[in-house]
Design a protein around this ligand. Sequence first.
Ligand SMILES: CC(C)(COP(=O)(O)OP(=O)(O)OC[C@H]1O[C@@H](n2cnc3c(N)ncnc32)[C@H](O)[C@@H]1OP(=O)(O)O)[C@@H](O)C(=O)NCCC(=O)NCCS
Length: 165
Amino acid sequence: MVLEIKYRFRPFKPSDLEEVIRINRDCLPENYTPLFFMNLYKRYPQAFIVAEINKELVGYIMSRIETGVPNFKLLGVTKKGHVISLAVLPKHQQKGIGYSLMLEATQAMTNYNAKECYLEVRTSNLAALGLYKKLGFEKSRTLRNYYADGENAYLMSRKLPISAK
Ligand SMILES: CC(C)(COP(=O)(O)OP(=O)(O)OC[C@H]1O[C@@H](n2cnc3c(N)ncnc32)[C@H](O)[C@@H]1OP(=O)(O)O)[C@@H](O)C(=O)NCCC(=O)NCCS
């Protein structure tokens, strides 16, 4: 008998903090204080989403809503969703979870009236680059020495909303 694995996506809650920090440390060199995670949750609770299977957390996405110069218009200011951190535990990668987390988070960004979404990604991170390309993100510019170890980042952005493929 083949058991189908069901992932569930839901908003972060404070009791998830320890697990989210563990996933962040397992998956990424960019780590944050508990206060940083909690502040983003308090300000933009809908845009901080976790993926779970059988009540075990396997991934998360954390975002912020900012007001700034638009990438896709010439004038004025606009609300933009900024993906701060996204990770899926290695044994659950390549099953569509990162894609679904991005769809859920960008949907939440539109609830905060964001018109575009942007993020930074290491130029060597082929998995993440593939994910963002699949979601229709484009490279807006290169940020030299963006990361603490000196690696460059691509700043990638796209208009919202995003429809699932
Ligand atoms: C990037 C990351 C979040 C992707 O999550 P995931 O759940 O494995 O991704 P998905 O299964 O949803 O894949 C969606 C698309 O991303 C791309 N992708 C995912 N993993 C890939 C890989 N190892 N190599 C190339 N492309 C990949 C593919 O285009 C894929 O679409 P497809 O399945 O139709 O080929 C995950 O690899 C991760 O947590 N990495 C470590 C942390 C990290 O790099 N975070 C992002 C920082 S910017």
